[in-house]
Design a protein around this ligand. Structure first.
Ligand code: SF4
Ligand code: SF4
Length: 167
């Protein structure tokens, strides 16, 4: 009797994955589409930034990029996203060092830190995102669009739920 083969995310490092495998690791939570801010000790106030250094505190908000379909939690302009939204973070094998920028539940971050995929991941649920949504691990029903809010008032939108991780 042949033994069941372990899935690729258990046998390969992120760097060893094919492009297709790499894309499949994304759980589609869309937390990376939330606006984030950092605490910078060299300035007195919180401010939006595109640059972050390891060890700095990241504050997530519930303000989301206007290109996101907030029900499906998918980008409406995926192919052109980095052109249309210059600070859209596209995680690749080349910028894995910046992974601390991602929420701790991000599946790339989990694998990078040796924590495996969570039980709600679509790869473990017949490709479906429903368990992730049910458990509140995506942005669905929790966000406002950036074009609907005054970004200067971002402190009013700081949220803790994006930092949650389970499993
Ligand atoms: S946070 Fe990570 S796993 Fe979730 S959508 Fe973004 S890149 Fe994909
Ligand atoms: S452009 Fe798309 S992938 Fe990038 S932050 Fe906006 S919704 Fe997310």
């Amino acid at each position: 009797m042949s033994e069941k083969q372990a899935p690729f995310w258990e046998t390969k490092t992120l760097e060893e994955m094919s492009d297709k495998e790499w894309e499949a690791i994304c759980d589609g939570c869309a937390k990376c589409c939330l606006h984030k801010f950092i605490d910078d000790e060299t300035v007195d106030e919180l401010a939006p930034t595109a640059v972050i250094f390891e060890g700095e505190q990241v504050h997530y908000t519930n303000i989301v990029c206007s290109l996101l379909d907030t029900k499906a939690c998918s980008c409406t302009r995926y192919e052109e996203r980095t052109k249309l939204v210059p600070d859209c973070v596209k995680l690749t094998k080349d910028n894995l060092g910046d992974i601390f920028y991602m929420p701790s539940s991000c599946s790339y971050r989990r694998l990078h830190e040796g924590r495996g995929l969570p039980s709600w991941h679509p790869l473990l649920n017949k490709g479906k995102k429903s368990k992730m949504h049910q458990l509140g691990m995506s942005v669905r029903n929790k966000v406002v669009y950036d074009h609907d809010v005054e970004l200067d008032a971002f402190e009013d939108y700081i949220a803790l739920w994006p930092l949650e991780d389970i499993d």
